[in-house]
Design a protein around this ligand. Structure first.
Ligand code: FEO
Length: 396
């Protein structure tokens, strides 16, 4: 399917309704995704990005409904990750003389993926390529989200194609933001930011301010995943700038795993303390919760309270991945607390607190341990911990 965006500008991407995990199994995509590519037919013909290799046939069919692919003059690769560059080998066989335009890092990483001798042209911020009536203008956007990432802007129609930035893993029947459920769109855009862009938040602010200072008119923002921002396109730019500040809501996330319900009962007692203090909170049993959804909740919340029983002198294995995410995503402006039950050695709380220290997340209060099933005093200590976390949230 091809969707017209402006005179001679076409969406030629693919909707992937079925993908439920991205990057192998690293990122959940409950609502599928899209791989967006854009064809610009002017005196010269340019293609901005391709799609994941498994969808090459569908993608080439889209191109052929508009043009003969051998006529393509420029293939702009905004980002080398295979969900956007995967169809390049097949495409470049059809237009072997086309110029492959990429950032300075992109002209290094694309050959690393495909080992082909294409005609590469590195570009940097402010470089232009004239297509005839319109120009392509390039903005290097390193670390939004990979070092090679780049934005491409089409003059005349004022269309910004920022690749992964401003995207969402969101398969939909229609292509534009005003045609889909606004709550779903907000949820997917935030989940995408929280899980992919959080560690680069300082760079997001800098890049947004740099692009805003260029004073480019923007009629549409067309990312490489999800819907295109046609109605009030700058809303997502302002949301990103706000998210990049990492100013949390005055709320808490309590996440835990449990073997025989002792740590679960402690989690629920902590929740009672938060409830009594009137602080919004959510509990997640990590053995049955989606890690990426929980990351989105942590992103929004001020406090992260983590619990695990002690097993084999350590934590339950279901807790380890989320601890690694909390470290790698470099969350700012958080406070933490730990809890857990044990039978013999009881290292759980100490290990979680050490991890908070490693992540630069200060403790709201010392953690609570309970030997075997929690006693009434242990549960009272958990309620008190919830109250202390609530007080620290309020004071922030
Ligand atoms: Fe959508 Fe970084 O790839």
């Amino acid at each position: 399917m091809v969707v017209p965006l402006a005179d001679g500008v076409h969406w030629v991407g693919v909707v992937d309704w079925g993908i439920k995990h991205f990057h192998g199994h690293e990122l959940s995509t409950h609502r599928g995704t899209t791989y967006n590519a854009y064809l610009i037919v002017d005196e010269k013909i340019a293609l901005v990005d391709t799609v994941w290799g498994r969808y090459t046939d569908e993608f080439l069919e889209n191109l052929r409904t508009v043009i003969d692919p051998s006529k393509i003059d420029y293939v702009v690769a905004n980002h080398s990750e295979p969900d956007h560059s995967g169809s390049m080998p097949a495409l470049m066989k059809l237009c072997p003389n086309a110029t492959v335009v990429a950032s300075r890092q992109g002209v290094k990483s694309i050959p690393g993926h495909y080992h082909q001798e294409w005609n590469f042209k590195p570009v940097t911020t402010g470089d232009r390529i004239s297509l005839g009536r319109r120009d392509l203008v390039f903005v290097e956007a390193g670390f939004l989200h990979w070092p090679d990432s780049m934005f491409t802007y089409l003059t005349g129609d004022a269309i910004l194609m920022p690749n992964d930035a401003f995207g969402q893993h969101y398969a939909t029947g229609f292509r534009f933001n005003d045609q889909v459920d606004a709550c779903e769109l907000e949820q997917e855009a935030l989940k995408y930011y929280a899980n992919i862009l959080t560690p680069f938040s300082d760079k997001v602010i800098k890049k947004i301010d740099e692009v805003l200072a260029m004073n480019l008119p923007v009629s549409m923002i067309c990312p490489s995943h999800g819907v295109l921002w046609r109605t009030d396109p700058m809303q997502i730019v302002h949301r990103y700038r706000q998210w990049a500040q990492q100013t949390p809501e005055k709320s808490a996330v309590v996440l835990y795993d449990t073997m025989w319900d002792a740590t679960r009962r402690m989690a629920e007692a902590i929740a009672e303390g938060l409830h009594a203090a009137g602080v919004p909170h959510k509990l997640f049993h990590m053995a049955v919760s989606d890690r990426n959804d929980v990351i989105a909740e942590i992103f929004r919340a001020k406090a992260v309270v983590i619990g695990s029983p002690t097993l084999n002198n350590g934590l339950l294995p279901s807790i380890a991945p989320i601890l690694e995410d909390v470290r790698g995503l470099k969350f700012k402006n958080k406070i933490g607390a730990a809890f857990g039950s044990y039978g013999w050695s009881g290292e759980c709380v100490k290990q979680i607190e050490s991890h908070f220290e490693l992540c630069g997340i200060p403790l709201a209060a010392p953690g609570v341990r309970a030997k075997w099933q929690p006693t009434a005093d242990d549960l009272a200590a958990c309620r008190a911990l919830g109250a202390q976390v609530a007080a620290a949230i309020r004071a922030s």
